[in-house]
Design a protein around this ligand. Structure first.
Ligand SMILES: [Zn+2]
Length: 315
C-alpha cells in the first residue's frame, strides 16, 4: 500500500514538474512573442512615421518644383519681353542713326553749296565771259583786286603793269617756267582800265583811222579791262607784232600756256579781231586744259558750259 502510494506520488510529482516546466516554457515563449510583437509594432510605427515624413517632404518638393516652374515661366516671359524691347530700341537706334547720317549728309551738302556760293561771290563772273562787238564789258567794271607785276617781267621802257591779284601767280609761274626752257617772255601790257583803253583807242584811231577797229577793241570791249589778260612778247620782237608768231617764245606759249590757265583769245581766222599771237587771257587751268584737250577755242564753247568752270578758275 505504502509502495503504491509512493509510486503515485512520484508520478504525480513528475507530471506536476513536467507541467510546471511546460507552463514556464510556454509562459516564457509567450513573453518572447509579446516582446517580438511589441518590437514589430514599434518598428511599424517608426516606418509609418518615416513614410509620413517622406510623403511630406515629397509634397513640399512638389510645391517647390511648381513654384520654380512658375518662376521660370515668368522669367522666360520677362526675357522675351526684354528681347522685344531691345529689338525695338535697336530699330529706334537705327532709325536715329539713319536720321543723323541723313542730317550730316544734308549739312555737308549745304556747306558744300555755301562754299561754292562763297567762292563764286568772291569771283567776277565776267572773268569767263566771251566778249565780242555785241557783248562787251560794262565801263564801270573794275577787277576785285589787282597786283603790281615785278618790273623784271616787263618789257624794258614800258610803264608799271598790274594783273588780277588771284591770277598773277599763274602768270609769274608761266614766265618762270618758260625761262627754265630758255624762253625769255616779256610783258608789254596787262590790266588796262576803261579810261586807259579809251585813250589807247583814241591814239590808234588818230594814227590808223577806222582801221584801228580791227586790232584794238573799243573802250569797254577790251579783255584787258578784266585784269586777267596780258600782251606778251620776247626781247627780239619787243612789241605787239604779228611776227611774234614766228618766235620760239610763241611756239612755247602755244605748247604750254594752257598748263598755267592761259589761252590765245584771237587765234588765226577768228570772227572778232585780227590774229593776235601776243594777246593771252587767263581762264583758269581746268578750262584751258579741257579746251586744249578737245582742240577747240574759247569762242567755240557754249557760255553756259564755260561758266561751270568759274568756281575753280583760281584752283
Ligand atoms: Zn591785248
Amino acid at each position: 500500500m505504502i509502495q503504491k502510494a509512493g509510486i503515485w506520488f512520484a508520478s504525480t510529482l513528475t507530471i506536476i514538474i513536467i507541467l510546471s516546466g511546460v507552463t514556464v516554457y510556454l509562459f516564457i515563449q509567450k513573453q518572447n512573442q509579446a516582446e517580438k510583437i511589441k518590437f514589430l509594432l514599434e518598428e511599424r510605427n517608426y516606418f509609418l512615421l518615416e513614410n509620413a515624413s517622406t510623403t511630406n517632404k515629397l509634397e513640399s518638393a512638389n510645391l517647390t518644383i511648381i513654384t520654380l516652374t512658375e518662376q521660370i515661366n515668368y522669367l522666360n516671359e520677362e526675357t522675351s519681353r526684354l528681347n522685344n524691347k531691345i529689338a525695338d530700341n535697336d530699330l529706334e537706334l537705327n532709325r536715329e542713326k539713319n536720321k543723323n547720317e541723313e542730317f550730316a549728309g544734308k549739312i555737308k551738302k549745304i556747306s558744300g553749296t555755301i562754299e561754292v556760293l562763297d567762292k563764286l561771290s568772291k569771283t567776277d563772273e565776267e572773268l569767263l565771259a566771251k566778249y565780242s562787238k555785241t557783248y562787251f564789258l560794262n565801263e564801270n567794271f573794275i577787277p576785285m583786286k589787282v597786283s603790281k607785276i615785278d618790273e623784271k617781267y616787263i618789257l624794258a621802257g614800258k610803264k608799271d603793269q598790274y594783273f588780277h591779284g588771284d591770277a598773277i601767280k599763274f602768270l609769274i609761274d608761266m614766265i618762270e617756267e618758260a625761262s627754265k626752257d630758255g624762253i625769255d617772255l616779256k610783258i608789254i601790257s596787262a590790266y588796262r582800265s576803261f579810261e586807259e583803253q579809251a585813250d589807247l583807242k583814241g591814239q590808234f584811231s588818230q594814227i590808223y583811222g577806222t582801221g584801228a577797229n580791227t586790232f584794238s577793241a573799243d573802250q569797254g570791249y577790251s579783255e584787258h579791262q578784266l585784269g586777267t589778260t596780258v600782251d606778251i612778247t620776247d626781247k627780239a620782237t619787243a612789241g605787239t607784232y604779228t611776227s611774234f608768231e614766228n618766235t620760239e617764245a610763241f611756239v612755247w606759249l602755244q605748247d604750254n600756256a594752257h598748263r598755267f590757265g592761259f589761252i590765245l583769245s584771237y587765234p588765226k581766222n577768228n570772227n572778232f579781231y585780227i590774229y593776235e599771237p601776243w594777246h593771252w587771257r587767263f581762264i583758269g587751268r581746268d578750262l584751258a586744259k579741257d579746251l586744249n584737250r578737245n582742240k577747240v577755242s574759247f569762242q567755240d564753247w557754249d557760255q553756259r558750259k564755260i561758266d561751270e568752270y568759274l568756281v575753280k578758275i583760281f584752283d
